[in-house]
Ligand binder design. Structure first.
Ligand code: ADP
Ligand code: MG
Length: 609
């Protein structure tokens, strides 16, 4: 069948094309589209096969983000000679005999589709040997052509090598990100597989370099500490309990003193299989609701041991999602379990206890984030007093006119959207306090962090990068494999923003310069969390969203923090620059920057007519 059905190639009645059966190669290509979305899906299927074959030692190698080469080697059971002709056929599996077995399937694979799909969009060479045999075999398939089988030397186990992925489907290639970005996805996926199987010995090699080796460990908490050393080291705690009939939950969670800016540290596993679930993730977040500031997430790895008949894994071609009998009940159970375990943790952080006594009058709370003001530890602190010279804001045209009481502050003239303001001072080392002259006598509160975040954000987005500051003494930092991989993806953009960082070998990176803004220099330690945030954005977001995300993260790291001491001049400049921003009422994360209490409201509070 060719073309889109012009009269010449559609001899059917009324000019409509006739129904025909697709040829086998086309059928395979279509089916492969579902299973093999990108290099990470290939690696996932191959690693699952190795685990199903009871492998203990796995080595995964990729080149060029997996596009030119992927290799997964295992020490599993191998494949018997007689099974080899069936290997790359669709719906050929050793793991399921009939539909009756589906509800109780305990292997990771069962559809018999992965190898066939992978082979239809690449060139595959598989070598395998079963323990009893004197030698092994090699099977090669090129884009779905019939398999060629020969002898090969091989210790017991299986190696699958996939070359030139998608060479026949260039459309799919176009949807892929850069090799570095695909490599990062693979790395993150492998870490999840390891968390689901802490007993394995897993090595990941990218372009000839060992990215990580995760050793066999006795239990989930130990393995989780290996993957999330910062979050699940000291202070982390295990939890376990029933998740409903036929469901047992066990996991490990970060202490309330820890948080990160994205949900990538929430890992859900069921019977050795990573999966995603919005509602369970929400349940976990909810357990921390009183402990973490808004927009911050814990790191939690939860493994559900389920009676196979209670969970349906056959709802998604790549088994990314699974279905539970009663997911709402499971979510509640998970949340209560975690909440209970959290309550029993010693509180060292002073979080949520820092509120300073009852106030005589409580104002109706604006929707802003007040937790920072209560002395919550600031996730990514910045140092004050760097030596970078503040740059003037080119597009500011206004002037500060003297206030009615010059000793107490200056007046900011009105602009198109803003009223004139007379700055009075600051409360709680975070909120600027001002009087608005329109409507007269209104009280205005400005969140200094949010305001400065907005200012830096707009700068960065307009490709007017912040200044950078060379470190007199370069700082050596250990980056996790995810962070290092994220640097490969975003390093260039980050360098433009003032981060100069060089690999120094063995997971150590040397920081030579850092962005600075208005004399505030980002701290070297911000690099790791920043990279983690960017790694979290690696999943699926379009390029533009990534650029925006980068701007947001950098802005957040360079913004004024609650607790920073500001001079009156700095406060004035902050307001002035805020007035010049294209959008000045919400910060890049959508929180309000400014709250106005009209004079009439003040009067009402004091029972004035
Ligand atoms: P599925 O895993 O759903 O059965 P696959 O296409 O992934 O389907 O694999 C087909 C069959 O090939 C498996 O059922 C298994 O018998 C065999 N196989 C694949 N990879 C390996 C491996 N690494 N070790 C042993 N057997 C394997
Ligand atoms: Mg499989």
């Amino acid at each position: 069948m060719t073309g889109l059905g012009g009269p010449s190639d559609s001899p059917g009645l009324g000019g409509e094309p006739r129904i025909q059966r697709l040829d086998e190669i086309t059928i395979r290509l279509i089916a492969a589209g579902e299973v093999v979305e990108r290099p990470a899906s290939v690696v996932k299927e191959l690693v699952e096969n190795a685990l199903d074959a009871r492998a203990r030692v796995l080595t995964v190698g990729i080149e060029d983000g997996g596009l030119s080469r992927i290799e997964v080697a295992d020490d599993g059971t191998g494949i018997p000679r007689d099974d080899l002709p069936l290997l790359f056929q669709r719906h050929a599996t050793s793991k399921l005999r009939s539909g009756a077995g589906l509800p109780v399937v305990t292997t990771l694979g069962f559809r018999g589709e992965a190898l066939a799909s992978i082979a239809s969009v690449s060139r595959v060479r598989l070598t395998t040997c079963t323990p009893g045999e004197a030698h092994g075999y090699a099977v090669t398939v090129d884009a779905g052509s019939p398999a060629a089988i020969g002898s090969a030397a091989r210790a017991p186990g299986t190696t699958v090598e996939v070359r030139d992925l998608f060479y026949r489907t260039p459309a799919r290639r176009k949807f892929l990100r850069t090799p570095a970005s695909e490599g990062l996805r693979i790395l993150q996926m492998l870490q999840r597989v390891y968390l689901a199987h802490p007993g394995i010995d897993l090595t990941f090699v990218q372009d000839g370099e060992v990215r990580f080796r995760l050793p066999p460990l006795p239990d989930l908490p130990a393995a989780a500490r290996e993957v999330f050393p910062d979050a699940l080291g000291e202070g982390a705690f295990p939890f376990q309990g029933s998740g409903g009939p036929g469901l047992w939950i066990e996991g490990v969670a970060s202490p309330p003193s820890f948080s990160r800016g994205n949900a990538d540290g929430i890992v859900l596993l069921v019977n050795g299989r990573p999966f995603s679930s919005r509602s369970l993730q929400e349940g976990i977040r909810y357990a921390y609701r009183e402990l973490l500031p808004r927009g911050r997430y814990p790191v939690v790895v939860a493994h559900l041991r389920a009676d196979p008949s209670r969970v349906d894994v056959n709802v998604h071609p790549t088994k990314r999602e699974v279905r539970f009998e009663d997911e709402a009940a499971l979510r509640d159970a998970l949340q209560h379990l975690l909440h209970g375990a959290l309550r029993d943790q010693p509180r060292t952080s002073g979080l949520s206890q820092g509120a300073s006594g009852p106030l005589p009058f409580v104002l109706p709370e604006p929707s802003g984030d007040l937790s920072r003001a209560r002395g919550a530890p600031l996730p990514l602190p910045l140092s004050l007093g760097g030596t970078a010279i503040p740059r003037d804001l080119a597009h500011y045209t206004g002037e500060i006119s003297p206030g009615r009481d010059p000793s107490r502050g200056a007046t900011l003239p009105a602009t198109g959207v803003h009223p004139a303001l007379r700055l009075l001072g600051e409360v709680g080392r975070l909120y600027l306090v001002a009087e608005a002259l329109e409507p007269p006598g209104s009280l205005v509160l400005v969140d200094a962090h949010a305001a400065s975040e907005r200012i830096v954000y707009e700068r960065v987005k307009q490709e007017d990068p912040p200044a950078h500051q060379e470190l007199l003494v370069p700082r050596d930092l250990a980056l996790t494999p995810v962070q290092a991989a994220a640097w490969e993806v975003h390093g260039e953009a980050l360098s433009r923003l003032g981060f100069r960082v060089e690999p120094f070998g063995k997971g150590i990176w040397r920081v030579r310069s850092l962005p600075s803004f208005r004399g505030r220099v980002a701290r070297p330690e911000t690099l790791g969390p920043l990279l983690e945030e960017l790694a979290a954005g690696n999943q699926g977001a379009p390029q533009e969203a990534l650029t925006e995300r980068l701007a947001k993260s950098v802005a957040c790291h360079l913004a004024i923090r609650g607790g920073d001491v500001l001079s009156l001049e700095e406060m004035e400049r902050l307001l002035r620059e805020l007035y010049a921003c294209a959008e000045s009422f919400t910060c890049p994360h959508g929180r309000p920057i400014m709250v106005t209490v009209p004079r009439s409201r003040l009067d009402r509070w004091f029972h004035r007519p």
